[in-house]
Design a protein around this ligand. Structure first.
Ligand SMILES: Nc1nc2c(ncn2[C@@H]2O[C@H](COP(=O)(O)OP(=O)(O)OP(=O)(O)O)[C@@H](O)[C@H]2O)c(=O)[nH]1
Ligand SMILES: [Mg+2]
Length: 282
């Protein structure tokens, strides 16, 4: 399949990077949100160099849509690299206390240091960041609402910066850092587009559908068989045709390709094929 060079981002990268650098000066640690279904592909390649040695809490969002077993494996993997990790369902779960506790674990050394110096530990400050569509706004909005919008300016920083207070122990900057994904690798791009982090206009639906069908028949053939009641074909396109026949995606006696590709991608996005994680830790 011919693949065109994809224009992933509109070109605000430099500005976004500068804003992140400014915000980073104000916080003790960073909350990086990644999509639990693609914990590797949904990272930002520059975050390591941007946050330098600040502690990082990784939230694996959309846990409800991901494979539970693999979410645990990813959690262990990132923890083995020295991160604190929280797989979360940002919509249905009440995770405020988990977040506060994890933050304290992450910043334990800093808190200890303050105590040794006789300083009463102040609230930890964090900023949320991540690539598009991972749930940054969802996290900030739910937390802000629950805490009756107790926001206020900090002295010495720009007036427009608002903080969300989570009890007395943690404050979040209410504007997230939007980062761009890794866009050199075609497969990463396809996964991001399939799960919604890249606008639909930039990748053809048939490319997404073909990629997904190929991946699924290699990794989860039983799911395809059961959900669509079909036999797997050697060529993924032929497997897709089986789905079209079963579902009656026909037009003038022919396969309605457009309808087939779109509804297959939609099924995946809506978890009609169950909880799937599209990559494993190394
Ligand atoms: N099922 C599920 N959906 C989620 C979860 N978190 C976020 N979403 C959904 O994912 C979509 C994107 O969430 P946002 O909070 O807008 O993501 P964002 O990171 O702010 O995206 P940008 O502003 O585009 O950078 C929304 O439709 C949310 O409802 C989650 O944990 N589970
Ligand atoms: Mg947002």
């Amino acid at each position: 399949m011919q693949q065109k060079q994809i224009q992933w981002f509109p070109g605000h990268m430099t500005k976004a990077k500068r804003q992140m650098e400014d915000s980073l000066k104000l916080v003790d640690f960073v909350i990086e949100i990644r999509d639990a279904r693609i914990p590797e592909s949904s990272k930002n390649p520059m975050l390591d160099s941007l946050i330098k040695n600040k502690p990082r809490l990784i939230i694996l969002s959309k846990k409800d849509k991901a494979d539970a077993q693999l979410s645990n494996e990813w959690k262990e993997y990132f923890e083995s690299q020295g991160n604190v990790v929280l797989p979360l369902d940002l919509i249905h779960e009440n995770y405020k206390n988990k977040l506060v506790e994890a933050s304290k674990v992450l910043c334990a050394a800093m808190i200890e240091k303050q105590k040794r110096r006789g300083i009463r530990p102040r609230a930890l400050r964090a900023m949320v960041c991540g690539i598009p569509n991972v749930g940054k706004s969802t996290l900030i909005n739910t937390l802000a609402k629950r805490k009756a919008a107790q926001t206020g300016d900090k002295p010495g920083v720009t007036k427009s910066l608002q903080w969300i207070k989570l009890g007395t122990d943690l404050e979040l900057l209410d504007t997230p850092g939007v980062l761009w994904p890794k866009f050199e690798d075609q497969e990463i791009g396809l996964k991001l587009a399939l799960l919604g982090s890249i606008r639909d206009e930039v990748v053809a639906q048939d490319e997404l559908a073909f990629f997904a069908a190929k991946w699924l028949q290699e990794n989860k053939p039983d799911v395809l068989k059961e959900v669509y009641q079909i036999e797997i074909q050697e060529n993924p396109y032929d497997t897709l045709v089986e789905i079209a026949k079963k579902r009656g995606y026909l037009r003038k006696g022919d396969i309605d390709d457009d309808r087939l590709m779109r509804s297959f991608v939609k099924d995946i996005r809506e978890n009609k094929l169950g909880q799937i994680t599209w990559e494993k830790p190394l």
